[in-house]
Design a protein around this ligand. Structure first.
Ligand SMILES: Nc1ncnc2c1ncn2[C@@H]1O[C@H](COP(=O)(O)OP(=O)(O)OP(=O)(O)O)[C@@H](O)[C@H]1O
Length: 243
């Protein structure tokens, strides 16, 4: 089953073509890496998929819903996490979980059950009443991911979720991603870390608004005769006109 389908999605800002006819599919439970240099158009594309921005043209379905007509349904069926938009710093871990559960429309009983379950899974039961602002970044990101999947969405969009954390914390974070994917949640993730690109089932690389390459990491390495995803990325991004 397809979690995301797009056909020739395009976004123009004035005369500037930020996203240029992108077409791709993401399968249910897949971990899909969405890569591209700065300004390639990733955030714009992701905003269109999340129902936050209308495309100029093209077609798309997310979780089975039309991105033009059913953006409200899309919002209910997805989770979203970014480095910039995440938790309320002046609330505790538990309060954040409750708050987001409420925002996602869950009832009090389910929020309570899910909060306890997540605190246990994250081994954060002892820290549940600590204010988020006093937590290390790696823990914040774990909690932030947990909150984005709190309502068991079909798809979770992660916009550079591991920015600024050390490699060990990033590895732990990816274990959570695998766990969610094993439970059938589709993961759509942007990252600038090429070791993380290797962890994805498939990866697309955007250059100047277009999808320049899309395959498994092994398939891309083979195609571009490269030993690492970093080499593949450098080869493709070198041709970029945007900075
Ligand atoms: N609202 C807007 N109006 C005009 N131009 C925009 C707007 N939003 C984005 N752009 C331009 O579209 C291009 C793509 O931007 P976008 O933020 O999607 O790239 P990105 O791949 O996410 O980059 P980064 O990795 O730096 O976040 C950039 O040149 C950007 O300046």
């Amino acid at each position: 089953m397809k979690a995301i389908e797009t056909k020739n999605i395009t976004k123009k800002f004035g005369n500037f073509l930020a996203v240029d006819h992108i077409s791709f599919e993401v399968f249910k439970g897949e971990i899909f890496g969405f890569l591209g240099a700065n300004g390639a158009g990733k955030t714009t594309a992701m905003r269109m998929l999340c129902g936050l921005l209308k495309p100029t043209s093209g077609e798309g379905r997310v979780a089975g819903y039309d991105i033009y007509k059913e953006s409200d349904k899309i919002k209910k069926n997805i989770g979203y996490m970014s480095q910039k938009f995440s938790l309320y710093e002046d609330l505790t871990i538990k309060e954040n979980m409750r708050l987001f559960g409420g925002i996602y429309g869950m009832n009090t009983k389910n929020i309570k059950i899910k909060t306890e379950q997540l605190l246990k899974e994250l081994s954060l039961e002892a820290e549940k009443d600590i204010l988020v602002k006093s937590l290390p970044l790696g823990i914040k990101q774990k909690v932030s991911f947990a909150v984005s999947t709190f309502h068991s969405p079909e798809i979770v969009f992660l916009d550079e979720p591991t920015g600024g954390v050390d490699p060990i914390a990033r590895r732990t974070f990816w274990e959570m991603i695998y766990h969610a994917s094993n439970n059938g949640i589709t993961i759509f993730v942007t990252t600038h870390y090429m070791d993380e690109a290797e962890y994805c089932n498939r990866v697309s690389i955007m250059v100047d608004g277009r999808i320049q390459a899309l395959d498994t990491p092994a398939g891309l390495r083979k195609k571009y005769n490269a030993t690492t995803m970093d080499e593949v990325f450098q080869l493709l991004a070198r041709g970029a006109k945007r900075e």
